[in-house]
Write a protein that binds this ligand. Sequence first.
Ligand code: GDP
Length: 364
Amino acid sequence: GFKMGIVGLPNVGKSTLFNALTRTAAAQAANFPFCTIEPNVGEVAVPDTRLDALAGIAKSKAIVPTRMTFVDIAGLVKGASQGEGLGNQFLANIRECDAIAHVLRCFEDPDVTHVDGRVDPVADAQTIETELMLSDLDSIERRLQNLTRKVRGGDKEAVQQERLLKEAQAVLEQGLPARTVDVSEDDQKAWRMLQLLTTKPILYVCNVAEDEAATGNAQSERVREMAAEQNAGMVVISAQIEEEIAQLDAEEAAEFLSELGLEEAGLDRLIKAGYDLLGLMTYFTVGPKEARAWTVKRGTLAPQAAGVIHGDFERGFIRAETTAFDDYVALGGEAGAKEAGKMRVEGKSYEVKDGDVMHFLHSG
Ligand code: GDP
């Protein structure tokens, strides 16, 4: 599955947010097989109303949403790249994540200490980014040293790695994150394997006061501008509201949200924004037993999409029967779609679309 690491300076609301996420997941656990894997790791359902619509039509017994993992990565402070705070352990945790949800304090509260004594989310973002850049520079230096022998021996992979590491080093030395390097199609895979921290996509999570959750505030507007410049994602959330919502049942939660002028829980927006940031999409499998959502990267071909369900489905892939979500709903399900010629038969080179309802035919 895909993993988002929650980072941020101390006292910005990370734990509050993470607890709300996992409490919601725990509440869902009665219906769905989700759980908190470790104290700081939680799996949450990706909200998708299409799934309920499909289950309704097919009279599916169970609904199984797709899920995303969140990791609460505490311990980032100024100097982390030099081993302060939890230092290296913290950085290793980020390395394993597909993207970073960076919580920024955008609320004023004299009772909650800010590590630098002022509320300035843009400066906070830079503090953390600087630590990540220093850490990347450090690991690049070490890796370049380790590569020397292999490069001299003419190892092709090592030569490629060295070239990419040097490109990253050059931009980092100018004070820019490694994600600003223009990477060619041929180098993409090797580039990702380097797992540099400042190549991870970022979602800025602005934690605002309860009465500003619907509107945001001046601080979150500054973050919005910064995010736009960096091509990063951004959501406005009140961690405290989310914590309260996490303790309500669905009906109460909806009522509470509408009182606050919100259409959707912040956590739902957060999960969806993470999903978009990672370039993910959803396809469905629907039957009387269950209606289920599956996550794949945009651009995934049918056999690889099938492989998410089971490796055998990919290896023995023959063809897929595919119905677009809108057709499935408009035509009242599979039989109607088939009759109207809207259930297509697709082969190995079919690029799966968001919302496709799929049946895979496979051997073995
Ligand atoms: P972490 O260190 O980033 O994990 O921060 P916590 O989630 O532990 O929050 C630190 C403190 O800030 C706690 O006392 C929270 O109750 C408080 N807090 C978190 N979010 C908000 C908020 O939106 N408004 C206010 N006033 N306090 C908050």
